[in-house]
Design a protein around this ligand. Sequence first.
Ligand code: FES
Length: 257
Amino acid sequence: MADKEREVSDKEKNEETVKVKLIPVYVMGKRYLVPETLTIMKALEYAGYQFIRGCGCRGGICGACATVYRKPGDYHLRVGLACQTVVEPEMYLTQIPFYPANRASYDFAQLTADPEEIFKLYPEVFRCIACNACTKACPMDVQVMDVISAVKQGNIERAATLSFNCIQCGLCVSRCMGELPQYHIMQLARRIYGSKIAPRAQHLNEAVEAAGSEKCQQTLEELMKSDIKKLREIYQSREIEPVLADEDWTPAKRDYL
Ligand code: FES
């Protein structure tokens, strides 16, 4: 592209940037004008806030940025993750970076897969009145009430499977009339299921065993003796599994396998 053309197109681009519509949002009662294309998190930064808490992965997986908001003329209290939810005009919002909830302490190694273990640690699970407010508050669409029902029925596998997408944001707890710490209960169910109920993956056992073998140890020692330059070379020349590789793909160079 000729220089002149490039100049024109850059100018158009800049003009386009300036043309992004600003919309009003209210953060803890204060009005700000922010670009309509931003997520709540970016809009808050645009408005001058700096995140010290309430922000972690920025990718919708850490649960640090729980946000509650209302829209004008709507009684409904909405929830979302600040890093994923795009701002809307007149949105009235606040963040809940942390919600205090009872977390039982336990020695996990001593626990068994008996559901009674969960009942003992979290007897409040039976305070659930099945109002489903927890499910409505979940930004990850976890069927929280169903998970709690599964726990009460002693079905740890179902509880773990249904709550797999929980990111521990705590919004369920903020809405619970029974004062349950759902996200901690669900986490315990997943831990028990993963460690004490789910069948062991044979290939994982083999990989763990191989990691402790002499061959692996020698390789590790070699790597630990290498300087940064050498480590970079090894890393950059490694054989990467192709994105569309078959399931039985293995690297051509198998010295360390
Ligand atoms: S910052 Fe991690 S979920 Fe939003």
